[in-house]
Design a binder for this molecule. Structure first.
Ligand code: ADP
Length: 239
């Protein structure tokens, strides 16, 4: 993102924001309420158009020229904070439905699952720690498991970049820890950008962290370096 600005009624939600994420990176974005985190995600996915600035994906595609569907088709997937799984369907069927939404799979909605698809689903089930729950109704899963299922549904669509909004919100400590490991694993083969408030979770992610404040980057670095950064302390503690 290069010099991206977005205003709402004259208020700058993003103010000349420049941010660079390397392919295959796991990056955490933090910042106080109103810092512009959600607007940043909205701009990347094409939900909100920037007033100025440029956004490049894979070095060359300018996302500001594309609409939401075209951006999703490029391989940018987003998971919102609240899990939105099909509660009355099984875990397996949720993943199957997501696979049928995959831009590279042209199977009809009612096509039977082939061997290759089942293998793909098994692989994702393992990644999201739901192998033993494949036949369960999604509605019966815990909140944390629903979040994982939704991450799995995103993976079924083969995104290159995953944007994940507060995955640890409402999770137990054990689920939070497991989610951090899961995202680290996913980042071995994908780029992952996580917006999060939970500092324990950020610590467990053990990745490069960007602090947003008033629509711009305030600081970047390891969580340890940021916790000793005066600007960051001031923004978080109001001192
Ligand atoms: P964060 O996700 O970091 O809490 P947001 O991106 O949601 O921050 O918001 C940044 C600022 O922009 C906030 O002050 C918010 O009130 C404002 N804002 C966001 N979306 C809109 C909108 N659609 N209309 C007006 N103001 C908005």
């Amino acid at each position: 993102m290069d010099g991206v600005s977005v205003s709402f009624d004259g208020f700058k939600a993003l103010n000349n924001l420049s941010l660079y994420v390397v392919a295959g990176e796991l990056r955490a974005i933090i910042g106080p309420n109103g810092a512009g985190k959600t607007t940043m995600m909205d701009v990347i996915t094409g939900k909100t158009r920037p007033d100025s600035g440029q956004l490049f994906f894979n070095g060359s595609v300018d996302l500001t020229k594309l609409d939401e569907a075209a951006i999703a088709n490029l391989g940018i997937g987003r998971k919102f904070q609240k899990p939105t799984v099909f509660e009355s369907q099984s875990v397996l069927d949720n993943l199957d439905l997501a696979l049928k939404g995959n831009r590279r799979v042209f199977a009809g909605l009612f096509a039977r699952l082939g061997k290759a698809q089942l293998e793909r689903i098994d692989e994702v089930l393992e990644r999201i720690a739901l192998t033993d729950f494949r036949g369960q109704r999604a509605g019966n899963l815990s909140h944390g498991q629903k979040q994982w299922l939704e991450i799995g549904m995103l993976l079924m669509q083969d995104p290159e970049l995953l944007l994940v909004d507060e995955p640890a919100a409402g999770m137990t400590d054990a689920e939070t820890e497991k989610t951090a490991v899961m995202l680290q694993e996913i980042a071995r083969s994908h780029s992952v950008v996580v917006v999060e408030h939970d500092m324990e979770f950020i610590r467990a992610l053990d990745c490069h962290v960007t602090v947003l404040h008033e629509g711009s980057v305030l600081a970047e670095g390891s969580l340890d370096s940021l916790q000793n950064n005066r600007d960051v302390i001031e923004v978080y503690l109001g001192r």
